[in-house]
Design a protein. Structure first.
Length: 303
């Protein structure tokens, strides 16, 4: 066997770990508590004091007729504005998290047990704005950005940041522009059926919470990258996974597909599951390979 191949090096982590230095934090729902189980708790999308002071200063200096663009976070993340008067708007505190496609919202809640405030980082739903009240709980209204148990939502509701198990604070439908759909409820078993962004349907507990609406930042991947510089900056914020050299372009000591008088694999690209680490490249334990020809009709039994 030749050198240690890239797949073996990635398994150890090292330089391939995620770049987390400038990340804002983990985006999760609130810890489930008595207030959410039996009623609701109110939070507010925060506005920074610096922005308020800046806006008030401009109001005094320039007068009420000044218009400022609501695009301080870029057109991609401009899902909101905060108004200080009839003619003045400013975006703030729906923030960008490096390496994440969706914007985050800072939501401040009063602690139900101590005299203090707690700030939570939520994945921003499309349409929320700074200064908006966010209601979390069983008796909250069905409005964009609110957090409710799936069992209390009518069928056909569009949701995001959905819990896979009760209390896990949101695991499904979190990427920009993604959403899940509530399909049906079964009151006897206390289960609900949802359609995930992949198209697959999943049965979950009706007590699982979710945010009403679609994750903001949709359409992000519609714009082509076009040049290497943009790809460089994209992956610099994520991890060391770009540029990626093809195996057939390497030497035989560096990759099982390397070498030869022209670039070709030269052997079946399918490989068994228990192959040694230096050989485990290609289509690992593939059930089938090749193009999908024709159409296959799948009939699913709806609950």
């Amino acid at each position: 066997m030749g050198r240690v191949i890239r797949g073996q090096r990635k398994g150890a982590g090292s330089v391939f770990k995620a770049h987390v230095k400038h990340r804002k934090g983990a985006a999760k729902l609130r810890h489930i508590d008595f207030a959410e189980r039996h009623g609701y708790i109110k939070g507010i999308v925060k506005v920074s004091a610096l922005t308020i002071a800046f806006a008030v200063k401009i109001c005094f200096l320039q007068g009420p007729k000044l218009r400022l663009p609501c695009n301080l976070l870029g057109s991609l993340f401009c899902v909101t504005s905060i108004c200080f008067g009839p003619d003045l708007c400013l975006s703030q505190d729906i923030i960008h998290d490096p390496g994440r496609g969706a914007p985050l919202a800072k939501v401040a809640f009063r602690d139900p047990y101590r005299f203090k405030k707690r700030t939570e980082l939520f994945i921003a739903a499309e349409g929320i704005h700074t200064g908006q009240f966010i209601y979390c709980g069983k008796k909250a209204q069905l409005n964009i950005g609110n957090v409710l148990p799936v069992g209390t939502m009518p069928e056909g509701t569009i949701i995001c940041c959905l819990e896979e198990k009760p209390g896990d604070r949101g695991k499904l439908a979190r990427a920009s522009g993604n959403y899940a759909t509530v399909i049906s409820h079964n009151p006897e078993t206390k289960k609900s059926r949802v359609k995930l962004p992949s198209g697959s349907k999943k049965v979950i507990a009706s007590a699982n919470r979710a945010v009403v609406g679609v994750v903001a930042g949709g359409g992000r991947i519609d714009k082509p990258i076009l040049k290497a510089g943009r790809a460089y900056h994209k992956y610099k914020a994520k991890r060391n996974s770009w540029p990626r050299v093809r195996g057939v372009a390497m030497n035989p000591v560096e990759h099982p597909f390397g070498g030869g008088n022209h670039q070709h694999i030269g052997k079946p690209s399918t490989i068994r599951r228990d192959a040694p680490a230096g050989r485990k490249v290609g289509l690992i334990a593939a059930r089938r390979t090749g193009r999908l020809r024709g159409t296959k009709t799948v009939t699913e039994k709806e609950n």
